[in-house]
Design a protein around this ligand. Structure first.
Ligand SMILES: Cc1ncc(COP(=O)(O)O)c(C=O)c1O
Length: 463
C-alpha cells in the first residue's frame, strides 16, 4: 500500500506536470497527448505503486536492472543522509571517508584489481577506460595501439564515444557519425550461431573470429577488447562454455587489455559471485560497473583497474602529462559511496548472492517449463536473476516474433500487475527477447508470480 502522503489532487498535479514538461527516456511521447504516462510513486521491497495506486511486482528492478536490494531501504537512506550532512561533496582530486572505505570494500571482492575511479554513470565509467587505453597507447606504443574492439549486440552507453563501441545497430541509427578507432567483432550467441557449430566448437569459432579481426587490423593497433560478461540489452546472452578462457588467452597473446563491462551484471546480479566475470575465472585489466553499485539509491559508477594499469599512470612523475588527466565533477559526490557501502553490507548480511543463485535457478526452471507448452518461446537464457526468453514465430526457422506481439506480452503482464522488460530498439529485427531481472531479495512466491503472469500473457497473445 502507498503511504498516502500525496493526495489524489497532488498526484493528478504531478501527472499533469509530467505530461507538460518531462521528456521521458527511450519514449515516443505521441500517446501522452491522449493518454497518461506511467508515473511510479512509491516502492517497497520488490513492489512499486503507480499514480492510480495499482501495485506491481517489479520484475526488472527499476526498469533497467538497477534496484538490486529492493525499494524502501531506510538504512541506505540514513547512510546517505548522515553523509550529506557531514560532507556532500568534494572534488575527486581529494579523498573522502566513504570513498576510501567503499574502494577498500569493493577491492576486497575483486582479487587482482586494486584501484577504483569513481564516476556517475555506466557510460562515463566506460569512457574512462577507453581514455586510459588511448593514453596507454600514446605513452607505451607511440600512439599506435589505440583501437578498441567491441562485440556485436553489446552495449556500453549512450554517449557518442560509447555508442562508437555499440554493437546494437538500431540503437545507433541516426546518431552517427561515430568516433574512429572502434572495431566490431562477432557476437557469441549460440542460439543464433553464425556457423553450424555448437558448444565448445562454437565458442572456439567465436573467439577465432575475433582473432581474425585482430590480425586483419594488425595486433599492434589493438589496445583493448571490451565485452559484457553476459550481454544484456542485446538479448541476455551468456557466452558458450569455453569462450572466456580463450578470450583471456587471446588478450595475452596479442598484448590486448581486457575491459569487462559489468554495468548490468556487477554487484550480485548474476548470483554466487559479486561480478559476472568471476564465474568464468577471467582476469580483467578494467572492470566498469554502475546500476547495482548502490541499487539506484545514489548515482555512482566505477572504473576499476588492476595495479598494472594504474602503475602506467604514475611511473614517471617528471613527465607533466603522465597521470590520468580526467575529472568527473559528480565523481566527487559522497552519497554514492556511502550508499554503495551500505548496499554491499545488505547483500552480505542478507545472503543475497546465494538467494540470487537459488531464485535464478527457480526462474530458469519455471521459464523452461513454460517453454514446454508455449511454442513461441524459442530459447531461455540467463545467469542468476538475469534471465531472458526469446520469442519466435517459428521454432524451426527461429524467425523472431513480431515486435508488436512482444510488446503486447509486456502489456498483458502489466495488466496483471507484473512489470517485465523486452529488448528495445537494439538489434534490427530482434526486439523479441523478454527480460526478467527482479530484485535479489525475491522470494519463491515472487518468482512464481512472475512466471505465472508470463504464462497467462503468452496464452492471451499467442493462444
Ligand atoms: C552493459 C551496459 N553498459 C553501459 C551502460 C550505460 O550505463 P548508463 O546508462 O549508466 O550510462 C548500460 C546501460 O544500460 C549497459 O547496459
Amino acid at each position: 500500500m502507498m503511504d498516502g502522503t500525496l493526495s489524489p489532487n497532488d498526484i493528478s498535479h504531478v501527472v499533469d506536470a509530467d505530461r507538460a514538461h518531462v521528456w521521458h527516456h527511450l519514449t515516443q511521447h505521441k500517446p501522452f497527448e491522449t493518454g497518461e504516462p506511467r508515473v511510479i510513486i512509491e516502492g517497497k521491497g520488490v513492489r512499486v505503486w503507480d499514480q492510480h495506486g495499482k501495485d506491481y511486482l517489479d520484475a526488472v528492478s527499476g526498469g533497467v536492472w538497477t534496484v538490486n536490494v529492493g525499494y524502501g531501504r531506510e538504512s541506505i537512506a540514513n547512510a546517505v543522509r548522515d553523509q550529506l550532512v557531514k560532507l556532500p561533496y568534494f572534488a575527486g582530486s581529494a579523498g573522502s571517508v566513504p570513498g576510501a572505505l567503499f574502494a577498500e570494500k569493493l577491492i576486497s571482492k575483486m582479487p587482482g584489481m586494486t584501484r577504483v575511479y569513481q564516476t556517475n554513470s555506466g557510460s562515463e565509467a566506460n569512457e574512462k577506460a577507453f581514455k586510459m587505453v588511448r593514453q596507454i597507447a600514446h605513452k607505451r606504443h607511440g600512439g599506435k595501439k589505440y583501437k578498441i574492439l567491441y562485440r556485436d549486440r553489446d552495449y556500453h552507453g549512450s554517449t557518442l564515444a560509447t555508442m562508437s563501441a555499440g554493437g546494437q545497430d538500431e540503437r545507433n541509427m541516426q546518431y552517427g557519425p561515430f568516433a574512429p578507432g572502434f572495431v566490431r567483432v562477432p557476437h557469441c550467441m549460440e542460439y543464433r550461431a553464425q556457423w553450424d557449430l555448437s558448444g565448445e566448437a562454437y565458442a572456439e569459432a567465436s573467439v577465432n573470429a575475433i582473432e581474425e579481426v585482430i590480425l586483419a587490423e594488425g595486433a599492434d593497433t589493438i589496445g583493448a577488447l571490451c565485452l559484457e560478461p553476459v550481454t544484456a540489452g542485446g538479448g541476455v546472452i551468456p557466452a558458450p562454455e569455453g569462450y572466456w578462457p580463450r578470450i583471456q588467452e587471446l588478450c595475452r597473446k596479442y598484448d590486448i587489455l581486457l575491459h569487462i563491462d559489468e554495468v548490468v551484471c556487477g554487484v550480485g546480479r548474476t548470483g554466487s559471485e559479486w561480478f559476472g566475470y568471476q564465474h568464468y575465472g577471467v582476469e580483467p585489466d578494467f572492470v566498469t560497473m554502475a546500476k547495482g553499485v548502490a541499487s539506484g539509491y545514489a548515482a555512482i559508477a566505477c572504473c576499476v583497474t588492476s595495479e598494472r594499469v594504474f602503475e602506467m599512470f604514475k611511473d614517471d612523475d617528471t613527465d607533466p602529462l603522465n597521470y590520468f588527466r580526467d575529472i568527473s565533477t559528480f565523481g566527487g559526490c559522497t552519497a554514492g559511496p556511502a550508499a554503495a557501502l551500505e548496499n554491499m553490507r545488505i547483500i552480505e548480511d542478507e545472503g543475497l548472492l546465494e538467494n540470487t543463485t537459488r531464485m535464478g535457478a527457480r526462474l530458469m526452471d519455471n521459464l523452461r517449463a513454460l517453454q514446454e507448452h508455449h511454442a513461441v518461446i524459442g530459447d531461455v537464457r540467463g545467469v542468476g536473476l538475469f534471465c531472458g526468453a526469446e520469442l519466435v514465430a517459428d521454432r524451426a526457422t527461429k524467425e523472431p516474433a513480431a515486435e508488436k506481439q512482444v510488446a503486447q506480452v509486456v502489456g498483458e503482464c502489466g495488466k496483471q500487475g507484473v512489470i517485465i522488460g523486452a529488448t528495445n530498439r537494439s538489434v534490427p529485427g530482434f526486439n523479441n527477447t523478454l527480460c526478467f531481472s527482479p530484485a535479489l531479495i525475491s522470494t519463491p512466491d515472487d518468482i512464481d508470480e512472475l512466471s505465472d503472469a508470463v504464462d497467462k500473457a503468452l496464452s492471451t497473445v499467442f493462444g
